[in-house]
Design a protein around this ligand. Structure first.
Ligand SMILES: NC(=O)c1ccc[n+]([C@@H]2O[C@H](COP(=O)([O-])OP(=O)(O)OC[C@H]3O[C@@H](n4cnc5c(N)ncnc54)[C@H](OP(=O)(O)O)[C@@H]3O)[C@@H](O)[C@H]2O)c1
Length: 336
């Protein structure tokens, strides 16, 4: 079987494809024939050696992947051969709050999904909805759960309330789709006006180009009367505008604190003094969050947005495409 391993940190030259023997499952393990995997921002940080949780040298990268169970250990009860599954980001975090003992992540400290066969503890996986293709099913573990928890985790916005999303990456597009499932109205910010039609087609009620209106916070507040929930994926470049856009008691889920150059978000006192917005944070989510999201995806037959699919042999090219930043949805690697 073929697997990629991270043999060092830096650029895509650290990604080495290896031919390896298949491992037999231990009593509580399942063997998954991975059909597709997908990239998240954290995977480029892990590759570059800048991710806050240090990755294990030689790790199989990527948290997100989908496949079918082809073998199970003697004591497995959660799955049978033939089940379609995906992995859970913080593999050991089943439910409740995270703690220091639960921080192991697929594709970082535990072998991930950029392989033809992944061996997972049965507790680390969840069953997939039937209506998704393998490419779609491979996109949910990180971006999907993050967006799900941003929108439904603490203060769930009510039908008719306004949600604001930033950019066209995986988290933003899932947040847009989940907000529409809840009956919310959505303002989508994009740096590229040519993406406006596709954002509208996904359900965005208002789209604004941050290139045309760099001070979009005031514009969004004026148009909507104030945003109830901002899914803040932009970080230092957008945080002040998000604060300006928010209604007095708004909610900002702050998903990223730094940009690629290491610049951190700043809290402009003059702005925050005029606001009673709650700023909250989250780290992706638990397996029970993943399962709750998958139930909603199944119920609404929601289709994740795939930007582009690369063959397994071209995984380094997929990383480069993702890193250049101009994507619309998820970058997928076909492993079938
Ligand atoms: N805290 C957590 O648990 C958590 C979990 C997942 C992700 N995150 C964070 O959430 C953010 C979004 O992640 P993501 O994977 O969905 O998307 P991403 O790949 O970081 O975002 C891509 C989108 O951002 C916009 N963008 C504008 N300028 C860019 C640039 N120079 N480089 C890259 N993107 C640029 C683009 O949208 P437009 O062209 O429309 O402007 C692009 O499509 C990341 O910062 C990630 O680290 C946090």
């Amino acid at each position: 079987m073929r697997s990629y391993r991270l043999e060092g940190f830096g650029g895509t030259e650290s990604l080495a494809m290896r031919d390896e023997a298949r491992t037999e499952p231990k009593p509580h393990e399942i063997v998954v024939r991975v059909r597709a995997a997908s990239l998240n921002r954290r995977d480029t940080m892990i590759l570059g050696g800048t991710y806050p949780l240090p990755a294990r040298q030689g790790i199989v990268p990527l948290s997100d992947g989908a496949g079918d169970v082809v073998a199970i250990g003697d004591a497995v009860t959660r799955f049978a051969v033939g089940d379609r599954v995906t992995g859970s980001y913080f593999a050991r975090w089943i439910d409740g709050r995270i703690n220091a003992g639960l921080i192991d992540q697929l594709g970082c400290t535990l072998d991930g999904m950029l392989t033809e066969f992944a061996v997972l503890d049965e507790q680390w996986a969840a069953r997939l909805p039937d209506h998704l293709s393998w490419h779609e099913a491979a996109t949910l573990t990180c971006a999907g759960v993050t967006a799900w928890n941003a929108v439904t985790g603490t203060r769930i916005p009510k039908p008719g309330q306004w949600v604001l999303t930033i950019g066209s990456g995986g988290v933003s597009l899932f947040a847009l789709q989940f907000a529409k499932l809840l009956g919310c109205r959505v303002v989508a910010i994009t740096s590229r006006a040519e993406k406006a039609e596709r954002l509208r087609a996904l359900g965005a009620d208002l789209v604004v180009s941050s290139t045309d209106i760099p001070e979009w916070g005031g514009w969004a507040r004026e148009q909507t009367g104030g945003i109830d929930l901002v899914v803040e994926t932009g970080g230092p470049a957008t945080f002040a505008q998000s604060l300006i856009a928010s209604t007095l008691y708004g909610h900002i889920v702050l998903l990223t604190l730094q940009d690629a150059s290491g610049r951190s978000i700043e809290m402009p006192a003059a702005l925050y003094q005029r606001s009673l917005a709650t700023i909250s944070r989250l780290f992706v989510g638990s397996r029970s969050n993943l399962e709750a999201m998958l139930r909603a995806v199944s119920q609404h037959r929601l289709k994740p947005v795939v930007d582009r699919v690369f063959p397994f042999a071209e995984a380094p090219e997929a990383y480069r495409h993702f890193q250049q930043g101009d994507v619309f949805g998820k970058v997928v690697i076909d492993c079938a």
